[in-house]
Design a protein around this ligand. Sequence first.
Ligand SMILES: Cc1cc2nc3c(=O)[nH]c(=O)nc-3n(C[C@H](O)[C@H](O)[C@H](O)COP(=O)(O)O)c2cc1C
Length: 269
Amino acid sequence: MAIPNIESIIRAHSDFSMDDPAEQYIEATKMHRLTFGIDMPDTHSLHDKPELIKATWRATKQTDGRVITLDDPNVDDDLSQALKSRRTVQRFPTFKAFRDDDISQLCWSADGVSGSLVEEKGHWGRTAPSGGALYPRDVYLIFPKADAAHAGSWHYNPYEQRLEHVDDATLDEVFSDSWQQRAVANASVCFVVAGVFWRNRFKYNLRGTRFALIESGMVTQNLLLAAQRQHWASMPFGGYYDDELCHALHLDGLNESPLSVVFIGARGQ
Ligand SMILES: Cc1cc2nc3c(=O)[nH]c(=O)nc-3n(C[C@H](O)[C@H](O)[C@H](O)COP(=O)(O)O)c2cc1C
């Protein structure tokens, strides 16, 4: 039985269509262990054509109109340094466990409470913006077996600034495929930003799903920059099986579904 949420309550009497394009889009972009070759048929063949990949290196649009040449950017401040130096790593050379204060800082930077939105306290703003301040996203963390103190899957509660245990599934178990091992080996944690679509669908309808996608990107970039600033290495990761990740995080994959995955670990020398 579906668990009632604010969308189902507000729309209790409206004519629901089974043919929901936003849900279908999320569903159609999922990747499954058994149908991987069908889900992304060209991924492997592209790797055999380096010249094709090279052709994408400077992809941008150019117009024939007037040009304004811009000054060199100033990259001296902390934010610019983090922006400039962030790079996706190919592997984590050694394992390093997170301290609680590091976890706290990363979670807060990604999507923590940054202050009150209104004078009367209670409606909180977060480090990433949100359409209508409805926050259709949640952050989860999955730690590996090697981190005995944190091993398992957790939900970040930004209002209480705490992690709430979800499942014993560890990072190693959730990402067990051989080709995922480059990301998993020595990773200290995996962050997952999940869309919680019902939180804004009742107001924005199908466009709400677009907002959830935008916002998960904003939260992810906050996380990547914070990790860089704290001297961690990061790897955004698209190669996960949606249903297996949903299972580990207790998400139904429909009302709540993973949108962005980032592995974080120790830097090389
Ligand atoms: C949505 C998304 C999915 C990605 N998936 C993977 C992945 O599965 N494996 C990987 O090694 N890198 C992955 N990356 C990292 C990209 O390869 C990387 O961002 C790109 O090469 C640009 O390099 P940079 O991040 O160092 O700027 C992903 C990045 C994004 C934004």
